[in-house]
Design a protein around this ligand. Structure first.
Ligand code: NAD
Length: 255
């Protein structure tokens, strides 16, 4: 077996369509020698259908990352397919509509709580659920959208991402003694189901077209996926608590 991730066993969450960032991660990982187990949320038959489009059909385990029973049973279910995990990909985000598109001042706590549970706290929950299968050298990788700024329509999802960025640093701190890394990829805007659920998402698209020094494709998930692979590979052995921007350079440029 050859490739950047030769022999590595990965758990990849977050595939819902073949435009999902997680789908690109799973595809590239298989092409680079990894064995992939997927988790799916909600419409499992749809996720299974998409999984069959991968170079190698991948097993799909049901996981609602806010469901304590699913989390408690995850390691045993993963063990039915692989004997351990070298990498875990958290590619999950959700916020009720009230939390997005300018609703920051009016969104009720119950909705904000859901956004934080699924998009922020779940990063720690997923890592802990997978931990019994992990060894030193293992890596957890998640996806953020640069949370150092307030964005016009991102609202509570932006707060959730700021929390995620912090949670990744704390996870790096707490799992470091076990030799497990935690890093995030800050991707630019990509046309996925999650993105389409944000009213006014086109504002990001226009801003990136104008400002990203390298240019930016809204439909090419591969650059973000490549960074996820690199962070799970043996080529970032001393990097943890880091955020790698894969945004065409947008974050580095002033208005
Ligand atoms: N698309 C973008 O512009 C962009 C940019 C930066 C970061 N991100 C982040 O990338 C990640 C993946 O999103 P995507 O853009 O590929 O969209 P996507 O819609 O393809 O993926 C989001 C996934 O989250 C899953 N999910 C939602 N609630 C869940 C729950 N309770 N339990 C388990 N899974 C659940 C969905 O099933 C879906 O597979 C998210 O964290 C998102 O915030 C996206």
């Amino acid at each position: 077996m050859s490739g950047l991730l030769a022999g590595k066993r990965l758990l990849v969450t977050g595939v819902i369509t073949d435009a999902s960032i997680a789908f690109s991660v799973a595809k590239l990982a298989q092409e680079n020698g990894a064995q992939v187990v997927l988790t799916g949320y909600g419409r499992l038959s749809l996720v299974e259908r998409i999984a069959r489009r991968l170079p190698e059909p991948a097993p799909v385990i049901e996981l609602d990352v806010a469901n304590a029973e699913h989390l408690a049973g995850l390691a045993d279910k993963v063990r039915e397919h692989v004997d351990g995990l070298d990498g875990v990909v958290h590619s999950i985000g959700f916020a009720p509509q009230s939390c997005l598109g300018g609703g920051f001042l009016d969104a009720p706590w119950e909705d904000v709580a859901t956004a934080l549970h699924v998009s922020t706290y779940s990063y720690k929950s997923l890592a802990m659920a997978a931990l019994p299968l992990m060894q030193p050298g293992g890596a957890v990788v998640g996806l953020t959208f640069d949370a150092t700024k307030a964005w016009p329509v991102y609202d509570w999802m932006g707060v959730a991402k700021a929390g995620l960025e912090s949670a990744s640093r704390y996870l790096a701190m707490h799992l470091g003694k076990q030799g497990i890394r935690s890093n995030l990829v800050a991707a630019g805007p990509l046309r996925t189901i999650a993105a389409k659920s944000i009213p006014g998402f086109e504002q990001f698209e226009d801003a990136w077209a104008e400002r990203a020094p390298l240019g930016w494709s809204l439909t090419d998930q591969e650059p973000a996926a490549r960074a996820c692979l690199a962070l799970m590979s043996d080529w970032f052995p001393a990097t943890t608590g880091e955020i790698v921007h894969v945004d065409g350079g947008y974050h580095a440029i002033g208005a």
